[in-house]
Design a protein around this ligand. Structure first.
Ligand code: FMN
Length: 317
């Protein structure tokens, strides 16, 4: 665990997940300032906007942070990687694509490379490509997930068994207990998304935060399965319309147009669920308060420590 933390220059094993076009400097900097790895997602943002958000993050923290690049989603992934190099970003998290063509150049520039994967197959491919760590993400997670739809616990165990680089676990992590459980499993840390949406540092619509806090076990759903793109979102009017549209035959191209980042911004930033969607993970059902990121991480670290030591005690006795 310590190796990855050292490599990333962070003091606690909590990473922020990329958040597409709603990623913003304030939340990223808050995560990094609290000792974790803040991550700025590039989504489909214009290249000059990516640079400006990186610069803004740098103005809010002197701690390391990462850039999350969904390789097959952003129109110019190479341009984003160039910005990471030029701006001295500490780590790059590759998702939705093959990191292999980029690893060598990023390493040559002193950048740590992580890859988000949803299957053992892709974890092994990423390991072969030379990435420093994999982030395994189960279908509990908010946003776009792997079509294999493996649960976090099953995926994490499979990958920890067969992969020899550090593993970070994502999808459904919402407490210090879960952090402790993943560390006990052998993970080097956790990556979180939904929990961070309901923090004072997240500049998203208040109705998005309220929807997460009001969620129960049935409040999230998967959209896109019929076209081969699995995305977990909070239920809502636009989401209902999308599910109806899925009953018709649809091309992936058309689907992508209907779930474009514009609709994400409309739902998440403007709170308009009639004309937009909000990513939300299954852990929403457990989230009921809105701490600062710093308060949240302090609480999680204390809870994780308590859990690990009481588990060890009860094991020995
Ligand atoms: C609003 C939002 C947007 C997201 N966008 C991305 C993204 O652009 N790239 C990515 O790799 N993951 C994205 N994710 C997934 C997160 O990075 C993270 O892995 C996931 O939320 C972890 O699961 P959890 O929501 O159960 O904590 C997004 C999640 C949220 C909540």
């Amino acid at each position: 665990m310590k190796d990855l933390l050292q490599k990333l220059g962070i003091s606690i094993p909590i990473l922020q997940g990329g958040m597409g076009n709603i990623s913003h400097a304030e939340l990223t900097a808050a995560v990094s300032n609290a000792g974790g790895l803040g991550t700025l997602g590039v989504g489909t943002l214009p290249i000059e906007e990516v640079r400006s958000r990186v610069k803004k993050t740098k103005s809010l923290t002197s701690c390391p942070f990462a850039l999350n690049i969904p390789l097959s989603v952003h129109p110019d992934p190479k341009g984003c990687l160039k910005i990471a190099v030029e701006e001295g970003v500490r780590a790059v998290v590759c998702s939705a694509g093959n990191p292999a063509p980029y690893v060598e150049k990023l390493h040559a520039n002193g950048i740590t490379v992580l890859a988000v994967v949803g299957s053992l197959y892709h974890a092994q491919k990423a390991e072969q490509a030379g990435v420093d760590a994999v982030i395994v993400e189960g279908v509990e997670a908010a946003g776009i997930n792997a079509t294999d739809e493996l649960t976090t616990l099953v995926l994490a165990q499979q990958v920890l068994e067969h992969v020899h680089i550090p593993v970070v676990v994502a999808g459904g992590i919402g407490t210090g207990r879960a952090l402790a459980a993943m560390l006990a499993l052998g993970a080097s840390g956790v990556q979180i998304g939904t929990r961070l949406i309901v923090t004072k540092d997240a500049k998203v619509s208040s109705s998005y935060k309220e929807a997460v806090c009001a969620a129960d076990q049935r409040s999230t759903t998967i959209i896109g399965r019929s076209v081969g793109q699995v995305r977990r979102v909070l239920q809502g009017e636009y989401v209902g319309k999308l599910l109806d549209r899925e009953k018709e035959n649809m091309t992936m191209e058309y689907w992508k147009a209907l779930t474009d980042e514009r609709y994400h911004i409309e739902g998440a930033m403007n709170g308009n669920t009639k004309e937009g969607f909000q990513n939300g993970g299954q852990i929403s059902a457990l989230i009921r308060d809105e701490p600062t990121v710093n308060e949240l991480f302090t609480q999680w670290m204390e809870e994780a420590e308590r859990c690990l030591s009481s588990a060890q005690k009860s094991f020995i006795e």
